[in-house]
Design a protein around this ligand. Sequence first.
Ligand code: ADP
Ligand code: TRP
Length: 338
Amino acid sequence: MPRHLSGIQPSGLPHLGNYFGAIAQHVAVSTTADAAQQDALFFIADLHALTSVHDRAVLEENVRSIAATYVALGLDTERAVFFRQSDIPEVTELLWLFLTVTGMGLLERAHSYKDKVARGLHASAGLFTYPVLMAADIVIYDADIVPVGHDQIQHVEMAQDMVTHFNTTYGGEFLKRPDWRLSPTPKVPGTDGAKMSKSYNNAIWIFDEGKSLKKSVNAIVTDSRLPEEPKDPDGINAYALLELFLDEAERADWRARIQKGGVGYGHLKGALMEKMDARFGQARGAYQELMRAEAGQRRLEDTLARGAAAARPLAQATLARCFDAVGMGNAGRRLRRS
Ligand code: ADP
Ligand code: TRP
């Protein structure tokens, strides 16, 4: 299969948007990947997280939490390479080579940068050049396909542009052009109907339970129509969230009942909570165990170290090729020896 690669920032607990937009596809890809071909690589983008997290303890906790989330949700770490971005120092060297062939105009058009600045995030040079580091992340492992949510498409397209610039500047096919791939549910709405995001205060956390889960599900905005009124399922946010969990037959059944009349918003919210418990209950237990126990922490560290050892030679080979291309072949040869 083509080589799949994706990264996830350790910037807080995962919500339904992260799960259905990105994590679920990563886990699914990992279960059919061929380990010998290294055709699935997933990493924790801790260097990217430094654009928003400047607290050592918080960063460490978040990295652990994302690693535990993926393992608890069933990422097959025997078949897929699972590692930490900062364990591969070659990525930041490729970042510099890319920075020197990337126009300011390209970066100035980034929606994600503009959105983050509009929301008041400090506009550091790191935040501005975020897509260049992301391009280095993708290209250094010769990735073919990048499974992401809708908001990351532009970043992958920028990586395509950087590959083209690098290859034409140095006159050769040194780097592979990646493609993005969306999950079947690339735009999960939040409780207010806007895109679910941890920064919009509209998220439902996948491992939430009990009263706290009930509180966030109850926050899903509804109108005053009565249960018996026939409704269009496509206009109901609580149904859009429930539908993420439904198979074909269940979907047809719910849709017919909502259209006919007799389904209230409370009913939909209750069904959503049941589905969440059924889907995430077991993983939630595994997650809590991995986070709590010393042995859990060691297991995660071992897994990430093994992943880094598998990923690094790929990065070294690409970087050596690039150093050669720009006229620093000696550096490339030194690298190949180390
Ligand atoms: P957030 O917006 O909460 O900060 P991130 O930017 O960390 O989320 O996104 C992590 C991954 O989850 C990305 O691949 C992103 O495309 C995906 N994702 C985030 N929010 C959603 C959403 N509401 N629907 C679908 N995918 C999403
Ligand atoms: N920018 C991505 C996000 O916020 C995370 C990321 C970093 C990534 N490097 C990547 C995703 C490389 C795909 C490929 O979710």
